[in-house]
Design a protein around this ligand. Structure first.
Ligand code: DOR
Ligand code: ZN
Ligand code: ZN
Length: 449
């Protein structure tokens, strides 16, 4: 056997770089991108993969994912959730803390990491929730998280978000530890007040749901938190921006000097609340799907750079939970396996430039969440990559998802662009829907605050 110089050569590819697309190959050595090659056959390698003319992109980084493991693992677990990620071309996810138990103690964070190490097939980093005692923030931060997530509308949160002093203490503690705070922009009191007013009227459950989570509440929460962010010099990341009113609030906050980044989901870009009439609780999500005008405003904000990230908000639930009455059914649906094909379809239709898509789904989340050596195809960077066929037309079939949640509001959508292979550090973890690595292959990513 001839001696090997690199670990992998990928040939016949079109490689995405910000300087343009390179036709040729790429070599990987020790998990890193070694070099780009016009004539890859000149390099000795243990393994060669023929990309058959497909496009190689940096693996997606999805900073808004609910993997659900520990006691909600009937909805999703670290294995199924990361298999879904690999299938969707996502090589790194950041896991949300609203699990049972909540990731708001050192003990639970460590337990999650241990469990993840046994099960994950892609890279996973974690967020935490704030502990009741802000003195513990430092210890949790040191354990290597990527930020603190707050749900001011969630009565089970340990912090009282009615109390501005507590919020300020949290934001200060995060800023001192050089970590962002991710905000689900809504307020429990506002929801409760609106709900009780609406329930007195003869309205349907859907109308009560939509009416108690209006765009005005979202925009108000964004303004409130970004003002507190300015006061505490804390970096805030606004999750799942869903409305034009929220964009106005974000632009205003940015002009006041807030350190603010924000994300949008494919469902808020592509769907409206009309979907609830067709799909019922399957299309129930928070923030709710809104109007066509909101879709249009969100696309404009994506294109003009106000929105920094497209994230899935992969929020799996069991089908039996989603089949409850509209009022009882939980909000959310899976998104890891549909994000990239939906967005590649927009690229194919000429509505989104490929460079912009790569920035929103890889480069920009890598920068915001300090994922070093990730998010771009550059020599020396981690060989976390996704190979896509830009031309393949196919239909979304949720029954084939790797996620435990085998439903989607995008069921039967015709899309253009298919994920062929996903690589983590130069190893092919998924090929044509098949997972090729054992449980635990992926890496837990620690932060570097
Ligand atoms: O619809 C949602 N589901 N929105 C959220 O913010 C939370 C998520 C979940 O955890 O199910
Ligand atoms: Zn949320
Ligand atoms: Zn979420």
């Amino acid at each position: 056997m001839r001696s090997s110089t690199v670990d992998l050569v990928l040939k016949n590819s079109k490689i995405f770089t910000y300087q343009g697309i390179i036709s040729g190959g790429l070599a990987v050595k020790e998990g890193k991108i070694y070099n780009f090659l016009k004539e890859p056959e000149l390099l000795r390698s243990d393994k060669t993969i023929d990309a058959k003319g497909c496009l190689l992109l940096p693996g997606l980084i999805d900073p808004h994912v609910h993997l659900r493991d520990l006691q909600l693992s009937y909805k999703e677990d670290f294995y199924t959730g990361t298999c879904a990620a690999a299938t969707g071309g996502v090589t790194t996810v950041i896991d949300m803390p609203n699990t049972i138990p909540r990731t708001s103690s050192l003990k639970t964070l460590r337990e999650k990491k241990r469990e993840a190490e046994k099960k994950i097939v892609v890279n996973v980093a974690f967020y935490a929730g704030f502990p009741k005692n802000t003195n513990e923030v430092k210890q949790i931060a040191k354990e290597g998280i990527k930020g603190f997530k707050i749900y001011p509308h969630d009565p089970t949160e340990e912090v009282d978000f009615k109390d501005e002093e507590q919020i300020v203490a949290c934001l200060k503690a995060a800023a001192e530890n050089n970590l962002p705070v991710l905000v689900h922009p809504d307020e429990l009191e506002t929801i409760k007040t609106l709900q009780s007013e609406l329930e007195k009227q003869k309205l349907s459950d859907v109308e009560v749901f939509l009416g108690s989570h209006p765009s005005t509440s979202e925009a108000k929460a964004i303004t409130k938190y970004s003002d507190l962010g300015v006061k505490t010099e804390c970096h805030l990341h606004i999750c799942h921006v869903s409305s034009s009113e929220s964009l106005v609030a974000i632009k205003r906050a940015l002009s006041r000097g807030a350190r603010l980044t924000c994300e949008v989901t494919p469902h808020h870009l592509l769907l409206t609340s009309e979907e609830i009439k067709k799909q019922g609780a399957l299309a129930k999500v928070l923030p709710p799907l809104r109007s066509r005008d909101d879709n249009v405003a969100l696309w404009a904000a994506v294109l003009d750079g106000v929105i920094n990230v497209i994230a899935s908000d992969h929020a799996p639930h069991s089908l039996s939970e989603k089949e409850k009455t509209f009022a009882e059914a939980p909000s959310g649906f899976p998104g890891l396996e549909t994000l990239l094909p939906l967005m590649l379809t927009k690229v194919a239709q000429g509505d989104l430039r490929l460079e912009k898509l790569v920035d929103l789904t890889s480069s920009s989340p890598a920068k915001i969440f300090k994922l070093e050596n990730k998010g771009m195809l550059l020599e020396g960077y981690d060989a976390d990559m996704v190979l896509v066929d830009l031309k393949e037309k196919w239909r979304i079939s949720p029954e084939k998802f790797h996620s435990k949640s085998k439903f989607s509001p995008f069921k039967n959508w015709n899309v253009i662009g298919k994920v062929r292979m996903t690589f983590i550090k130069g190893i092919c973890v998924m090929s044509d829907g098949e997972i090729l690595v054992p449980r635990g292959f992926g890496n837990v990513i620690n932060g570097n605050p």
